[in-house]
Structure formats: C-alpha cells, structure tokens
Design a protein around this ligand. Sequence first.
Ligand code: CP
Ligand code: NVA
Length: 303
Amino acid sequence: MTLRHFLSLFDIDAQEAHQLIKRASELKHLQRQGITHALFPHTVMGMIFEKPSTRTRVSFEAGMAQLGGSAIFLSPKDTQLGRGEPIADSARVISSMVDIVMVRTSAHAKLQEFAEYSAVPVINALTDYNHPCQLLADMQTFSELRGAIQGRTVAWLGDGNNMCNSYIEAAAVFDFELRIATPLGFEPNGALCTQYADRLTVLNDASAAVRDADLVTTDTWISMGQEQDKQQRAQHFAPYQVTAELMAQAKPDALFLHCLPAYRGQEVSAEVIDGPQSGVWEQAENRLHAQKALIELLLRSKT
Ligand code: CP
Ligand code: NVA
C-alpha cells in the first residue's frame, strides 16, 4: 500500500500523466452520456480552502458526488485552522476521518507539511508556488482540441506566477518547448528555470515568445493576495496583453487557453478570449474530468 500525494506534476511520471488525461477524456464521455460511474461509493474528500475559488471548489465537489462519494468544504473562517491550530495536528485529525484531502493555500510549505502528517492522499489545489490540477485540465484540453502536445511550442505571456511555474513542470512531464515572456523582475521560479533550461526560454518580448506557437496562454496579472500592487502591476504588464495582433503571429491554428478567472482588457482582449481560437470553456470544464481521473489514480494507488 503506497500513500501518494499530488503536490506537483512531478508526483506522476510521464506515462501516468498521459494515461491520466486519456482517462479524463473517457470520464468526460461517460459524464456527458449520463452513464453513472460511482467508482468510489461512500468516499469522502476534505476540501481546505484558504483562498477563494469557483472552478476548483465546484469541480472537486461535483466530481466526488459523481464518483459516488461526497466532499466537505472547510474554510479557515469556520475551522480551528483559522484560529491557529497547527497544520500537523489538523492534518492528523482531518485525515483520520476522510479518504482524500485537497488543499488551497498560500505558502507551499504549508501544503507540504499537511501532506507530511496526512494519512490519506493530499492534492495541491493551488499554492503561491504552483497549480498542478489546472495543468492536467490544460493538457487534456490541448490534446482533445489539437492532438498530442509532445514536441509543440507553448507561449506563456505575463506574470511568472504559480501557473507559469506549473507550465514549466508540464513542459518537462509532457515534453514540449516553453517560451515565457514576462516583464523584468516578474520571471518564474529561478530554480525551476535552471533545472529545465533545456526546454524553456525566458524572454521579455511578447512577439518573440508567440512566434509560430501552437498554444498561447496567460493568467491574471494580479494573483490572489497581490491586490495591493494592482496599479503598479498593470503598468508593467500592459505590453503582454494577449491581443488578436499577437495571436496572428502564432501558428494559424494556435489555441488560446486561460485558467480563469480572466480580466478582459488586461491580460487578454475580449476578442481573443471570446474568439474562435479560445478553448477556455472546455478547459474550465476539464477541471472536473481531469481531477476525477486524478482522484482515481491516487485512491487506487492507496488500496
Ligand atoms: N482556475 C482556477 O483554479 O479557478 P478558481 O480559482 O475559480 O478555482
Ligand atoms: N495566478 C492565479 C491563479 C488563479 C486560479 C492566482 O493565484 O490567483
């Protein structure tokens, strides 16, 4: 019996990653056909949210119900976590009562500590460092809409944030070339950049990053917790807005993705996100299917 966590994409190998997104598409088909797949009856997920969420909460909660189980939403406002109960104590107690836990928090170290003391699998549902569940959905979406991502070129524009770090993880696991264009001082994690330097280029020029790209992606310029820097950030990031002019420099069939929530007129123009090259609605829905496949992988590894 192995206890497996999913704190980054590096917790699954390339073969499992490809199998997982294939399984996610199968589960999507079952769900869309109305075919019941209650694979984990009476299974309970604890969902710890120390930051807001729409997609992550709905997808995990609905996903657990569709798998025959249930989920408990836990916010620091209503639990002792918010009153300073130690992470290790909370992890021991919560994981003695549920079968799987997902955690959305700020400091990645908090998530790691929770996983260290948890008796059940722990899923990273976003930290300030990375957002691996989103990448499972993104990879599934590209594969469904454009085919294999292996050997393709992906352009990331804007902030070198948690999503950008996870794109670096994905470039290594799913084997694609990544070009990142950020303003000076907003580059992604230095250690990740050094370790995966063979498959990524970090630039300050948005046009150079998107040239002939197969996938163009971005994220909000103001991540959760950065609201006080809003004005200053908007000035730095203005040249990195994904516009129709930039998309025209990518491959003619390039896909546009955004993890959402999106701010039209900031990181992306309305024309692009609401246009024919955008796959964002499929991408958002795929959070549900990819995470169900992930839950299956982690729970099956445990038994
Ligand atoms: N993309 C994403 O994680 O969205 P939420 O913050 O709404 O969960
Ligand atoms: N970078 C964003 C992602 C939201 C899903 C944030 O951390 O707020």
